[in-house]
Write a protein that binds this ligand. Structure first.
Ligand code: GDP
Ligand code: GDP
Length: 436
């Protein structure tokens, strides 16, 4: 299970500098998803054998930005809610200031491991008042320089060492993990209730997690499901709901853990910019996706209404043509049963494995039907393909020259694979590899 690390501290101590330093070029944008502006408040960082999500809470704008103490309190609370380890950054140049104590008091109340990062120590000499920072009451302290890149390795070693240990004998969990995401008021908790009911749920925090997220398990028609972060869905929190980046962040951490993502769109507002952003995260994570247009009972319907709405969704979420779109009402229960069937179906797509023989037959036919492109007298040659993974289905295609394997031809092959084998509701990843 992927861990989360949050950076907190008063303004100007260097939180975002440190974030950028750690994330750096490591953000690999696999595919440019149109309409998805990158929120640089969270990203993945790899260190040794670990990979964790890093959050810069300083980048989360709150509705109280002009009141610094209140802003710091909210940012610290978000860190406490979400993180496995908290990086508490202070300014080694400025020394200890009263605001640092305010942050420290908040963090101490949480039971999360905290490490104090004394930033802006730009050379090997510790500042004279370095040891004052122990007054904050935390044992773990590291001197670093975000701008010079000093001390980061030792600090990262300590962070990963502080990750909570997974329970050794974790029961094998074969349930389908489902995340329900969407903007506030789209109807996520209504859908969750309608799907699994209020009474039937067994609340069971997954072993090894220390954060507030609660996952709920249930069994529908003989199949086990785990709904991710139901606490985040059910808990109504006006303050956080209004912080858009927080909603996006919460969705991101739920998506990470999910196999299938329900992207809930409010039919009365249709696809908004925030929806595009959130749906884009599910796409980029390569998860199985279903677009659920909720509150369909509120829409005045004529002959072509559903068709028009579908094309609106298709246009706004152009990068996920593969995702089924379903129109439901959590209130009346209309077509809700279809959702469960769709979850099963897209999950099956995502886990489908093709034999190399069958796959190469289809690719061979496709190549015959539509000759690969050539450039400056050199033609793309496709030797053979093999499926290397599932969730999402991943195909390595061996070719002569990557330069010649244009996106449009990749798309063509993808479509041929889809025509022959389905793969509804899932991304297909194609990895070209040159064969010498
Ligand atoms: P934030 O408000 O905590 O996110 O702080 P910023 O990352 O915006 O940094 C505030 C200021 O401190 C900027 O001018 C940075 O260039 C500077 N700064 C950040 N890290 C270091 C460092 O390691 N050494 C020095 N000398 N300056 C730093
Ligand atoms: P969440 O913030 O995404 O979890 O949204 P909620 O499930 O709390 O729903 C927000 C509001 O929309 C509530 O007042 C619900 O009663 C209402 N609502 C949810 N689903 C439907 C629906 O299908 N039809 C109608 N008419 N109202 C709905």
């Amino acid at each position: 299970m992927k861990k989360t690390v949050a950076i907190v501290g008063r303004p100007n101590v260097g939180k975002s500098t440190l974030f950028n330093r750690l994330v750096g070029e490591r953000i690999s944008i696999v595919e440019d998803t149109p309409g998805v502006t990158r929120d640089r408040i969270f990203a993945d960082v790899s260190w040794l054998n670990y990979s964790f999500t890093l959050i810069d809470t300083g980048g989360i704008e709150t509705d109280t930005d002009n009141l610094i103490p209140e802003m710091m309190r909210k940012q610290a609370q978000i860190a406490i809610d979400m993180a496995d380890v908290i990086m508490f950054v202070v300014d080694g140049k400025a020394g200890l200031v009263p605001q640092d104590f305010e942050v420290a008091d908040l963090l101490r109340k949480s039971k999360k491991p905290v490490i104090v990062i004394v930033n802006k120590v730009d050379n090997s000499r510790l500042p004279d008042d370095y040891y004052d920072f122990y007054q904050l009451g935390f044992d773990n302290m590291y001197a670093i320089s975000s701008t010079q890149g000093l001390g980061l390795g030792d600090m990262l070693d300590e962070i990963v060492a502080l990750f909570p240990k997974e329970e050794l004998l974790e029961v094998e969990d074969n349930s389908i993990k489902v995340a329900i995401i969407g903007k506030p008021n789209a109807g996520k908790s209504s859908i969750l209730n309608a799907l699994i009911g209020e009474e039937r749920t067994i609340v069971s925090p997954i072993a090894g997690t220390t954060r507030d997220a609660i996952d709920e398990k249930c069994n529908i028609n003989g199949i086990d499901y785990t709904f991710i972060d139901t606490a985040g869905i059910r808990k109504k929190n006006k303050i956080y709901d209004n912080i858009e980046k927080y909603s996006v962040l919460r969705a991101y951490s739920a998506i990470e853990k999910a196999d299938v993502v329900l992207v809930v769109i409010d039919a009365t507002t249709m696809v908004t910019e925030q929806d595009t952003k959130i749906a884009g995260l599910a796409h980029e994570a390569g998860k199985c996706v279903i677009v659920v247009v909720n509150k369909w009972d509120l829409i005045q319907k004529e002959t072509n209404t559903m068709r028009d709405y579908t094309s609106d969704v298709r246009n706004s979420l152009a990068y996920m043509q593969y995702a089924p779109v379903e129109f439901i009402s959590a209130k009346t229960g209309k077509r809700l049963n279809n959702i469960v069937e769709l979850i099963n179906k897209v999950y099956e797509s995502g886990r489908k494995r093709l034999s190399t023989g069958v796959l190469n037959d289809v690719i061979g036919d496709a190549v015959m039907l539509n000759q690969p492109p050539s450039d400056k007298g050199k033609r793309l040659k496709i030797y053979y393909a093999t499926q290397t993974g599932v969730l999402p289905p991943t195909f390595v295609i061996f070719i002569n020259d990557k330069e010649l394997f244009h996106f449009s031809y990749q798309r063509y092959l993808e479509n041929k694979i889809r025509e022959s084998f389905g793969f509804d509701g899932t991304v297909i990843k194609i990895i070209p590899r040159e064969k010498g």
